[in-house]
Structures are given as C-alpha cells and as structure tokens.
Design a protein around this ligand. Sequence first.
Ligand code: UGA
Length: 441
Amino acid sequence: MDVTIFGSGYVGLVTGACLAEAGNHVVCIDVDPDKIALLNSGGIPIYEPGLEELVSSNHAAGRLVFSTDAAFGVQHGLFQFIAVGTPPDEDGSADLKHVLAVAQTIGQHMDNYRVIVDKSTVPVGTADKVAACVQAALAARNIDVDFDVVSNPEFLKEGAAIEDFMRPDRIIVGTDNPRTAELLRALYAPFNRNHDRVMIMDVRSAELTKYAANAMLATKISFMNELSNIAEAVGADIERVRVGIGSDPRIGYQFIYPGCGYGGSCFPKDVRALAHSARAIGYEAQLLTAVEAVNERQKDLLFQKIHDYYRGELAGRTVAIWGLSFKPNTDDMREASSRRLIEALWQAGAAVRAFDPAAMDETQRLYGDRPDLTLTPDAMSAVAGADALVIVTEWTQFRSPDYAEIKERLTDPVIFDGRNVLDPTQVLAAGLSYISIGRLP
Ligand code: UGA
C-alpha cells in the first residue's frame, strides 16, 4: 500500500521504516531540508536501536523515500500519517500548530480519497479540528474530495520502539467509518499476528486512550515515589514493599520502580496536557496534578540528599554523575532528572564530572563548554577525583561496578543511587556509604 508520513522525527521515522519493512511504499516528508538530506545520505537524526539498519535497507530497496515535497507526499499515499511534534505551550496544553499545518497542506494538494491518520499525541477533539482544516483548504480550492480522519495513537517506548511497533500490545483505531477501519486493519495486518490486537473505537475514545495509558503509568511511578519517601521516613525498605505489592497480579511488577522521577518527551508533557484539557472544560484533575507535583519533588530529591549529606557545603565540591539520558538505551535528555540535578549542583557551586553511554553529544549540545562540567570517556574516569558518585540513569553497565576502584577514586566514598540499582550489601562491604531512594541501609 502507499503511505505518506508527515514528520520524520522519532515516531514518523519508526512508523515509516516499519511500514516499509512490511512491504509498503512509504514516503516520509519533513519541512527540515537538512534532516531529509541526512536521511537520503544514509544518516539518521536520532538514536534508536535497530532503526538505522531498518531505514537503510528499506531506503536501498526503494520502499522508503525521504522528501521535503509535501505536494508529492499528498499525491503518493492513500494513508496520510500526521506524526509531527505537539510541543507543550507555556500553560501545558499541546500546541497543535504543526498538526494543523499538515492538515492544511493535505487539503491544499489532495485530489482523491485520503485516510488521514493522527499518529501524534493530540488532545481529544483534534481529529475534528484536522477535518475542519482539510475541509477549509478544499473549500478554498472550490473542490469536494472525500476523506476520513482516524486517530491511531502510538505506544512506542524509546529504546524499544521497533519491537513495540513490530509486536504491539494493541493497535488503537479511532474511526466511525467501518470502511476506513478495514483499510487500517489491512495496513496493520503484518503486525497483527497470533491474536487480534486491533481495537476499533470512536475517535474521541482513541484520542483519550493514549493519554490515559501514559497518565496511568506516570501515576504508578509517582505513587511508588511517594511511598519510597514514606518508607524512608518510617524506617521501611521500599524495595521489599515493591516486591510485596507487585506479586498481586492486579498491581503487577511493571512500572513500580521508585527513583529520582520520570522524564522524557511523553509522561511529563502528557500528564500536564491531560490535566490542562480537563481544566479547560471545567474539571480539576486532582490526581493528575498530584502525580506531576510528586514527580517534580522527586526530581529535586537527589540534590536534597546530596545537600543534606554535605550539610549544605557544596561549593568547591565535585560530583560524579553516571547516566544523563532520561532512561537507558536512548540519548534523549528531554525533562531528564539529570538536568535538574546538574543545574542545582552548579547553582550550589559544585562541579560535575559526567558519563553516559549514549547522551554525551546531547549533553555537550545542551550545556556547551563550561569549567564546571567535565564529560569523561568512561564511567570510571568520571569518578576520578570526585567527592561523591550519583547514579541517575539505570544503564545496565552501571549495575555491578568495581566498588574497590570507585572507593579508591572518590575523595569521599559515598554513592547516591537514584535508581536503586546497586546491591547495598556489596556497596557497604566495600567500605562505601550508600544513599538510595527509600531503601534500608
Ligand atoms: C512512554 C510509554 O512507556 C510508552 O508506552 C509511550 O508510547 C511513550 O511514553 C509515548 O507516549 O511516546 P518513554 O517515554 O519512551 O515511553 O519511556 P518509559 O520507558 O515509559 O520511561 C519513562 C520514565 O519513567 C523514565 O524516566 C523512567 O526512568 C521512568 N520510570 C519508568 C520510573 O521511574 N519507574 C518505573 O518503574 C518505570
């Protein structure tokens, strides 16, 4: 089938590459000529395991084409995916200008029936706005062409996006038109094996499902973070509590890991946007507001712990940080807890030596060269000459370090474990102090 995808960012590229891999002819359109040039020359603008190979093989096979020519894109695909960004406005609401600009472009160039698919995370009611934009552009051309707007939210996790697309838990299709539902079902058939994962529903329920999924997951995390603080205060161990409650299948073990807060481009933005949408219709979403407030407080927690440990005397100290990305297997630092910590340490007069397996370039891009930031080529070099070590992101390679070497390199042998990934017994046995998120020493 012929597919066009507007937006060659994270979601657009993964969707395009996977649909091409399934044998479709995919055209990816982006307004950024540099990005399109990079993709056409075999490069890839983001870090995602497996994506580069998938893009290059399908590009070489001619099934995946990159272009800035929007008119060509609209002509090409029966399916017109909108996978452009919805950055948060200052008030937390999702800014739809890119989505609606694509809708207008589609309306300006379409001559035949098109299925317009909202893949971007967009508030309830956006499909109606997209339809109105397309209709207005058609009216301006004095023509009448049939089209449908479908909500088909993505549920990709950074670092596992290809796997999530190829083997989805669910394929949500929001449309009131049975004919369109069948077209989407056919497009997704290669990814819908073993049992039927396509869930057809009305457009608004599909739009809300995306936010509901992320808000639920963020709620689980904030709940556990709240509990970890209570555990610490009452002298209990949150990790034992986690194992204890996760054994109940109604609760489950996933997404109940306490830590120094959730980050990324999705949870913080989506929780805020959903609360904002509710507020806009006069409903105060108290739980969502609390989920965000708990997360904000949790992101400050590591700094608080370091501050308390040194009794506020941080000026002139050097802190080693392991992990800068918002989670392992990505170089993405959007809303990463590491940033909050680094900036607070600088504010307090401390210097930072940092290492991340993937996000070094991104850190350099964000902060540039400065005397209080040293980016080291490996984890142990970050520790050399630092006072304390802080683990902010749970990359596998940080989980069982050489404790003796850490102790030797730190001037004050203490580890702040922001993700509870180390074995406290081993840390203490090595003669290091250990400060965690809600664990007993
Ligand atoms: C999230 C969702 O998990 C995806 O299902 C969704 O499709 C995606 O957002 C999206 O809307 O695009 P992602 O942001 O890539 O995916 O990352 P997650 O793996 O969900 O992690 C988010 C944050 O929560 C990370 O900072 C992570 O460290 C933190 N986290 C996760 C915890 O603190 N504790 C946990 O138990 C799990």
